[in-house]
Design a protein around this ligand. Sequence first.
Ligand code: SAJ
Length: 423
Amino acid sequence: MSPLQMPSVAVIGLGYIGLPTAAVLASAGAKVVGVDVKQSTVDAVNAGELPFVEPDLGTVLAGAVSMGTLVATTVVPRSDAYIIAVPTPFGESHVPDLSHVTTAARDIAARLEGGELVILESTSPPGATELVARTVLDERADLTDEPGRPNSVYFAHCPERVLPGRIIIELRTNDRIIGSLNGDAGERARDLYQLFCEGEMLLTDARTAELAKLTENAYRDVNIAFANELSVIADQLDVDVWELIELSNHHPRVNILQPGPGVGGHCIAVDPWFIVSAAPESSRMIRSAREINDAKPQYVLDKVVPRARRYKEPRIAVLGLAFKPDIDDLRESPAMLIADRLAGLVPEGDIMAVEPHIEELPHVLAAHGNVRLTHFEDAMRAADIVLLLVDHTIFKNADPSTLTEGVIVDTRGAWRAVPAATP
Ligand code: SAJ
């Protein structure tokens, strides 16, 4: 495509997905306007600076901003295509909250002239793309979703499936599911994503695309729940779960994932609830998996707290706060939840939180008064109890037997000699 034929694209929501998508589209030459409600995010992006940590994103962003193909603003502009990448949290009783999506749809509606493509990228429950279309058309009686007319608007759902820490590479190489709601919306979306994505473009309808994304994360959640349930069973039967899984995984058709202190992050712990909420009677296994994984932090506490209470003033090293290894992301982290509850349950304890990827203790932990951010070696030297919650490489490479004489609770199997299965 020549620069003159390049589409203009507005990306609504400059978070973990919207910003990288805007940056790779702009570096491919599209004229991109990133939109966010937060002025500080808009200012950072316009200065070519990253509002959060993600490998390689800084370079792509700075390049696009200096080329002039990416600018950020708080107001939705007129564009050929719109990508909605706003948060879709769940509210009371795990019911999805689509208010950010409908607000974005209304903002977009005000700019449409006919002929545009509106893509929903946010992870969404089945029917959300239809909701976007309905919201737009309710606002604008002069537009239609009947294809082929000058006043037609085209709607599609293209869920993101990138792994935090590998977003830029996976945006460019992962296959994309593209769900069309009307006319040739799918083909139009495919042409847009092909500007930066070398993966296969898998065209389907919008509902299937919505459910496919949720299915992927629910599948992983169910598999982790199996490992977590197994770890509790093995404990009861006095069997080493890590050895058990390692041995079972030698079977050619068995690949059990790794147990841990629970499931964190903003995706796997959230998305399965969207399926449960859409089909509550039929989602028995998916719901149980969520409950099993959500119960794991309390199981860990039930192991640690009685041990801590044997000491007058227990010194407890809590290793790791992030939601998974070698990242700084604390969102929905089971390790954070455990550290927070532990500090409350053992008020006389000295809780030494070790998280090499952050510089300041999160407010929720600092507020306890008995939690301090501590260097790994210092915490190991001083601890009566060592509670390993995240298998950061720095922890895995240490030899715990030389570091402490206290009690070790290793929730990740990081200090086992037996190599673990690939998670
Ligand atoms: N975990 C375990 N045991 C394991 C594997 C993971 O306890 O064997 C835990 C991790 O410690 C972490 C949580 O699960 O707390 C989730 O981590 P993850 O690496 O499995 O996944 P996320 O949340 O970083 O990213 C997922 C990915 N989805 C799948 O692998 C199916 C990613 O591709 C999605 O794009 C992302 O969710 C998303 O945005 O939906």
